[in-house]
Design a protein around this ligand. Structure first.
Ligand code: RIB
Length: 289
C-alpha cells in the first residue's frame, strides 16, 4: 500500500494565461508604441507561487480555471511541476487572463482579468483545505475577498501558518491581515498597508506593519529584503544580477518562502534562500525558465 504524502503548502490562488508584450519602453498615457513580440505564458500569482513551492515541498493549488484550452494548458503546467491539482475547480466560461507589458529594463505592468478565478467560492476553499490539511496556507489577492477570508480563517482555526502576499493592493480586512505570518510584499504594497508616505525609512514601515501582522517580509528588488519579527528587523543582502524580466519573481519568492517555512526553516534563513532563487529567475527570460 502506498502512503499518501502530506501536503506541506496549499496555495489558494489565481491561475491566468499571461499575454506578454515585450516593448522597448511602456507607453505614456495617450501614446502608442510598437511591441517587439507577443508571447503567452502560464501565470497567475497563485500558479506561479505553487510552482515555486513545489520544487521544495509537496504542494497543492486550490483555485479555479474555466472550460477552455487555457485551462488545459495551466492544469498541465501545474501537474508537470509536481503540484497537486485535485482541488482545481473547472467552471463554465473562460480561464483568467493577464495582459503584461515587459520593458527593456525588465520591469512589468500587469492588468488581470479574473474570469474563472472569481468563481472560486469560500466553501470550495474550506473543503479543499480540510481534505489537504496543509502545514502552510499561502494566498494572494486575485480571488474574491470571501475566499481570502476563508483561507485565513481555516489557517487560524487549525493553528497552521498563514503566509499572505497582499497583491494586488486592496483594502484588506483586519482579521485577514492579523493572521499573516509573514506578510510578504513589495515596497509599494508595504507603504499602502502601513499607510505611510513614500520615503519613510524601512524600519518605520516594518514597525508599523508589525502592529497589524505577526511577521513581515518586504522585497525590494535588487536592494535588499527586509525581515521583521517582534524580536528583530534585519536587512538581508540580495544577489546582484542583470535584470531581464521581473514577472513572477515575487511570486516565486513567496512560494519558496512558504515551502521552506513549511519544512521547518527559520524565517530569516528562508527569506535569504528565497531571494537567491528569485534573483536567478529575474535574470532569465520567461521562455527559458
Ligand atoms: O505576479 C505576476 C503574475 O501576476 C498576474 O497574476 C499574472 O498572471 C502574472 O503571472
Amino acid at each position: 500500500m502506498t502512503e499518501s504524502i502530506r501536503c506541506v503548502v496549499a496555495v489558494v490562488g489565481s491561475l491566468n494565461l499571461d499575454l506578454t508584450v515585450v516593448v522597448a519602453r511602456a507607453p505614456e498615457e495617450g501614446e502608442t508604441v510598437l511591441g517587439r513580440h507577443l508571447r503567452t505564458y502560464p501565470g497567475g500569482k497563485g500558479a506561479n507561487q505553487a510552482i515555486g513551492a513545489a520544487r521544495l515541498a509537496p504542494t497543492a493549488i486550490v483555485g479555479a480555471v474555466g472550460s477552455d484550452h487555457a485551462a488545459d494548458v495551466l492544469r498541465g503546467v501545474q501537474q508537470r511541476a509536481g503540484v497537486d491539482t485535485s482541488h482545481l475547480r473547472t467552471t463554465p466560461g473562460p480561464t483568467g487572463r493577464a495582459v503584461i507589458l515587459v520593458s527593456d529594463d525588465g520591469q512589468n505592468r500587469i492588468v488581470v482579468v479574473p474570469e474563472a478565478n472569481s468563481l472560486l467560492e469560500a466553501e470550495d476553499v474550506t473543503a479543499a483545505l480540510d481534505a489537504l490539511d496543509p502545514a502552510v496556507v499561502l494566498t494572494q489577492l486575485e480571488l474574491l475577498p470571501a475566499v481570502t477570508w476563508a483561507a485565513a480563517q481555516w489557517a487560524r482555526d487549525h493553528d497552521r501558518r498563514f503566509v499572505l502576499n497582499p497583491s494586488p493592493v486592496i483594502d484588506l480586512d483586519e482579521y485577514v491581515l492579523a493572521g499573516a505570518d509573514p506578510l510578504v510584499l513589495n515596497e509599494q504594497e508595504a507603504l499602502h498597508y502601513a499607510g505611510l508616505p513614500a520615503g519613510t525609512p524601512f524600519d518605520a514601515i516594518v514597525t508599523r506593519l508589525l502592529e497589524q501582522v505577526r511577521t513581515v517580509v518586504i522585497t525590494r528588488g535588487g536592494e535588499d529584503v527586509v525581515v521583521g519579527t517582534e524580536d528583530a528587523i534585519e536587512h538581508l543582502r540580495v544577489p546582484q544580477v542583470d535584470v531581464v524580466d521581473t514577472t513572477g519573481a515575487g511570486d516565486h519568492f513567496a512560494g519558496t518562502l512558504a515551502a521552506l517555512l513549511g519544512t521547518g526553516e527559520d524565517l530569516f534563513a528562508a527569506a535569504r534562500r528565497a531571494s537567491a532563487d528569485a534573483a536567478r529567475l529575474v535574470a532569465s527570460r520567461r521562455s527559458d525558465r
